[in-house]
Design a protein around this ligand. Structure first.
Ligand code: FE2
Length: 377
């Protein structure tokens, strides 16, 4: 772990850590065909198969595949029945993130601390046991139909959690160097950003790291606003975006239209070698947003010298930004689901703790070109 920056230290001091979070436990996506999504995340993204639950494990209404790459765990869930909450979620939102599960030491206390501060419960503390021990789960609502699950696994040494069995499909691909969840961004509706940043502050003890208004994040045509919320130890960072008025439709509004409400916009995954990781992803068919090659004509004037050669960054379309503490390299995929909703960011931090503000304009112009092609600008 790097030494905390002065800014982060301030956040830690401000954050009232009644809810110590150890990290992101897993991300659960509800999807139309979990078996095929699992193949996609394994074959294209280098995730490794870990565990499974479904008919063969006595679960009758759903199937879940658990995939892992280093510290990133994805759970892909589809319904096995015609009607139910998973079906409703997919019908309304398309494929998307249902649960951002947070790893805690005490799931009961996490639930009590948050619900007593106004969180709406979706799961009272529940212990699940098998021969490998027990896991305690609890859950609360956040924006839209998204939830936070608290996962306490200190008394468990099985592969994932009780109810799952190991899954070893024939096909296994190589990991691509994705290491951990750097941050996860939520899109919320008009006028709702402060509601949700206040939720993270009041209910979960987070502090605000950065704020961008529509003057920071706008192009000639479109705009958005954003605030970054961080928990006390800085391991969990949730930027929250709200659309802002521009001459044309904000990318956040496009998301809200197609997702039918607030939800997770992007998941940023960290790598220690973005050139290798993105090269491998591209070779496996992952499509990334492209900025004009003129971006690279002046980028080093803006960010100063960097360790990497510019040529592979330019070839892959990787963006560069610098703050007081260092620089970062980042790239964004096109939406990875049918609707123009969820996408991924790949990020390599070389000291920088920020989120790429210097790239916003070039990036949003690239997104506008995509919106234009979808008829949603
Ligand atoms: Fe991001």
């Amino acid at each position: 772990m790097n030494t905390p920056s002065p800014e982060l230290k301030k956040v830690v001091a401000e954050a009232d850590d009644f809810l110590p979070l150890l990290g992101t436990d897993h991300i659960e996506l509800y999807c139309g065909n979990a078996k095929q999504s699992a193949y996609y995340y394994m074959a294209a993204w280098g995730f490794q198969p870990l565990a499974f639950c479904g008919l063969e494990t006595g679960v009758r209404d759903r199937v879940s595949y658990v995939l892992r790459q280093d510290k990133i765990t994805l759970v892909l869930t589809s319904p096995l029945v015609a009607d139910g909450p998973i079906n409703d979620h997919i019908n309304r939102h398309g494929d998307g993130v249902k649960a951002i599960a947070l790893w805690v030491d005490d799931a009961k206390k996490s639930w009590e601390e948050t619900t007593s501060r106004g969180a709406v419960s979706v799961l009272e503390p529940t212990k699940r046991s098998d021969e490998a021990g027990n896991v305690v789960l609890s859950g609360i609502k956040t924006y839209g139909d998204t939830v936070h699950t608290f996962v306490e696994r200190k008394n468990y040494d099985g592969i994932f959690m009780p109810g799952y069995q190991p899954w070893s499909p024939v096909h296994v691909s190589e990991p691509l160097g994705l290491q951990f969840v750097d941050h996860m961004v939520g899109n919320v509706g008009w006028g709702e950003m402060n509601t949700w940043t206040e939720f993270y502050a009041r209910v979960m003890g987070f502090a605000q790291l950065i704020s961008f208004d529509d003057k920071d994040i706008s192009t000639e045509y479109t705009a958005l606003m954003s605030k970054v919320m961080s928990n006390g130890n800085g391991r969990i960072k949730f930027p929250i975006n709200e659309p802002a008025k521009g001459r044309k439709k904000s990318q956040i509004e496009e998301y809200i239209d197609f997702y039918q409400g607030a939800g997770v916009q992007h998941i940023a995954l960290a790598t220690s070698n973005i050139i290798e990781t993105v090269t491998a992803l591209r070779d496996r068919g992952i499509e990334f947003l492209k900025v004009p090659s003129s971006y690279y004509d002046t980028v080093l004037d803006r960010v100063g010298s960097i360790d990497e050669d510019l040529a592979p960054l330019r070839d892959l379309g990787i963006l560069i930004d610098r703050d007081e503490e260092g620089y970062l390299l980042q790239i964004f995929t096109k939406p990875v689901v049918d609707r123009p909703t969820m996408f991924f960011e790949i990020i390599q931090r070389k000291g920088a703790k920020s989120f790429g503000k210097g790239n916003f304009k070039a990036l949003f112009e690239a997104i506008e070109r995509e919106q234009e092609s979808r008829g949603t600008l």
